[in-house]
Design a protein around this ligand. Sequence first.
Ligand code: FE
Length: 199
Amino acid sequence: MDSRVMYQISYGLYVLTAKEGGKDNGCIVNTVTQVTSSPNRITVAVNKQNYTHDMILRSGMFNVSVLAQSAPFDLFRNFGYQSGLTADKFQQVPFVRMNNGIARLSEHATACFSGRVVSATDLGTHTLFLADVTDGELLCDEEPVTYAYYQKNIKPAPAPTKKTGWRCRICGYIYEGETLPPDFVCPVCKHGAEDFEKL
Ligand code: FE
């Protein structure tokens, strides 16, 4: 099967935030979906390699900031390309706290809402959290950013390269070498070998 068929599914992009003890953290996800309206429930699948994942698993709470089209690449890099284990992702990002005490973005977000975890399903690489929406705010009139818009208008074009290797279609990371191991996982965005293309 051509793995690109999966890129035909439309997604939004979100900053998923959590708090544990005195620590704030967050990551970028494209997997927030409302699954029922009565009760108002959402699911979000989170890669287990994200520190935010562990914080949500233990605390049972999170916030979602819906990213706007104006969100600059630096914001994606801040939340998506480094680990909250070693970095303070809120050092240079303006935020406020919602009623649950967890941060949400105060710029480049069209809306935000809070989730309280109802169940956590182990999907192997990810955990699927089902959550009650307990709070929410509309923040501005901008359009929410879609994954397609991000790929086309926000992510920098890949630099020309003479290297032989494989490029991650998701984030642009380059693996140098003739053969990509089938179990290879992108160190930046955590996607697998099926999302790499040969240079
Ligand atoms: Fe990647």
